[in-house]
Design a protein around this ligand. Sequence first.
Ligand code: NAD
Ligand code: DAU
Length: 335
Amino acid sequence: MNILVTGGAGFIGSNFIRYILQNYLEDSVVNFDKLTYAGNLENLQEFKDDKRYSFIKGDVCDYDAVAGASQGVDAVVHFAAESHVDRSIHASHEFIRTNVFGTQVVIDAVRELGIKKMILVSTDEVYGDVEKPRKSKDGDPFKPSSPYSASKAAAESLAIAAIRTHEAPIMITRSTNNYGPYQFPEKILPLFITNVLEDKKVPLYDGGTQIRDWLYVEDNCSAIDLVLRHGTLGEAYDIAAENDPEVTNREVTEMVLDILGKGRDFIQDVWGLRPGHDQRYAVDSSKIRALGWKPSVSLAEGLKQTVTWYQGNEGWWKRVKSGEYQEYYKKQYRV
Ligand code: NAD
Ligand code: DAU
């Protein structure tokens, strides 16, 4: 299969490309990415001379560029997005441009070029937060809380409309929070791990009682790959580890501190930095499990592997944390 991956220089996209190139020797991948602050070609350096891999710098909002990159591909996996909730609260318009308009452009290119399959990579956040013990499931109404999740819900609406109106060959995946190698250190786990490695405190929001269902990134990649090859066109699949017991942000922070051999005094409680903060995400992943998927990495093991990766790749995250990120950090954390 020849696959166009949008946003392949980001966290999940680069892990997905690695997954494909390592597991399917006959497949090839075109990585189409604008290289925003979150895009980093270093993530895929080991493939730069691989004939099965190519990179095109471009914006998903540019129809001609997307259509040009899509020539001859069998499938499009659309990851490209502005992905950070906190940034969407500071400045929303880029989220609407890329996540909504950009998704329509990709859908149009897929239809007009007659590409056989497209996956829209969406998020469990479209459902909004859900009270214990309920889990959100496919078919539930969307109740997004942040400009980010609203933009992803809008993108899904465009996909659903294209499926209904044009029989566009689209499938949707909605995963819970991913973690693992190459995640930009603005998200809680890589931020906290790298802060501790720099001997800095970790800013835990709003009491740390919130619940996220942590999924190791490679497990999300295997689920997206399964949908790509065996999913039903027009369907949406919720992807979750369904960690049992559920873990709060404070508990996952303590797990990280324990792995790093650090005390609870590294936690700095901060309040009010994320207005509209969702309390709990939980989704029912029975539909993707019925296709034969299950996660293979436990949270305890995945966190150890992730910490080890950041310890061993200091050059990567130090470069990422310099420059623009420092300005963002001062603004977000008021330091
Ligand atoms: P990321 O921010 O690490 O990467 C996004 C990538 O998209 C970057 O390489 C960036 O350069 C590229 N990009 C941004 N705007 C672009 C544009 N206009 N044109 C082309 N490329 C552009 O994001 P991520 O965490 O890897 O998330 C990837 C996708 O998965 C997103 O759609 C996100 O909504 C979704 N998702 C993420 C998670 C998570 O936990 N990280 C969970 C569920 C769903
Ligand atoms: O649920 C899937 C979503 O997960 C994806 O769609 C998003 O792209 C991805 O960014 C992620 O969103 P979250 O908002 O859940 O991730 P984040 O790492 O930003 O925050 C996770 C939790 O940690 C949340 O409750 C806020 C809290 N937090 C976050 C940061 C950055 C802190 O306590 N301190 C922090 O500094």
